[in-house]
Design a protein around this ligand. Structure first.
Ligand code: GCO
Length: 255
């Protein structure tokens, strides 16, 4: 039955930045597909609240509070997860942030903070996880890119640079890990109703621009990213590698 290709039964999935927003939506979706999800963020209480809904549905869930920008903390946390829960089969690098300012006024601290959260974390967590996947000869790495992995927009140059790098890291990971049966892919969200976009949604002119620029004519809802995440986390994508799957209502397909 081809639907079984999408089952994540028996798999352990670590989703970074999954205490809220897109990360939590993806974790809930992978859980509904059968995975034992491990929620990550810096706030244990927030993670435990997020885990309640999944646990309440009788599905396995764990929390792993650690700072994805701290390489030592990442290494220790991944080792502990594999020791206490089991081998990580699926990694979703979702942790990310947004800062907006004109380039010539952009604070250098903001550059470093965006790069640390959106890009360096992908290096730290992916390296800690894939070096353990290698001998097992199986694994799925899904990184959250963006339509900004391919397009530029004024006032978000650090974010855009980080998401372009996530796309190219994904291609490099495919080149190096594909022979070990580890597939590395990325998801490129378009404009979604998330916390980082609250100010944009509240800006009527910007929101109308999103609706006219996007063929779907609307903002995306976080649950609409779940199907792509399940696909790229499952056997259904065993021959998909190095791909950036846009979930953007068609935005990057049109002018
Ligand atoms: C912005 C937004 C975008 C989108 C999203 C695209 O300021 O233009 O934050 O970056 O939210 O990240 O994938």
């Amino acid at each position: 039955m081809s639907l079984s290709l999408f089952s994540l039964a028996g798999k352990v999935a670590l989703v970074t930045g999954s205490g809220q927003g897109i990360g939590l939506a993806l974790a809930e979706g992978l859980s509904e597909a059968g995975a034992h999800v491990v929620l990550n963020g810096r706030d244990r209480a927030k993670l435990e609240r997020a885990a309640e809904a999944i646990a309440g549905a009788g599905r396995p869930v764990s929390v792993a509070p650690f700072d994805v920008t701290d390489q030592a903390a990442v290494e220790a946390a991944v080792a502990r997860i594999e020791e206490e829960i089991g081998p990580i089969d699926i990694l979703i690098n979702n942790a990310g942030m947004q800062k907006r300012a004109p380039f010539t006024e952009f604070p250098v601290e903001g550059w470093h903070e965006v790069m640390a959260t959106n890009l360096h974390s992908v290096f730290y967590v992916t390296q800690a996880v894939t070096k353990r996947m290698l001998p097992r000869r199986r694994g799925k790495v899904i990184s959250i890119g963006s339509v900004m992995s391919e397009l530029g927009r004024a006032t978000i140059i650090p974010y855009t640079a980080s998401k372009g790098a996530v796309k190219m890291m994904t291609r490099g990971l495919a080149a190096e890990l594909g022979k070990h049966n580890i597939q590395a892919n990325a998801i490129g969200p378009g404009y979604f109703t998330t916390e980082i976009n609250k100010a944009l949604i509240a800006d009527e002119a910007f929101s109308n621009w999103v609706k006219t620029r996007t063929p779907a004519g609307r903002w995306g809802e976080t649950r609409e990213l779940v199907g792509a995440a399940i696909f790229l986390s499952s056997a259904a994508s065993d021959y998909v590698n190095g791909h950036l799957l846009m979930v953007d209502g068609g935005l990057t397909a049109v002018v």
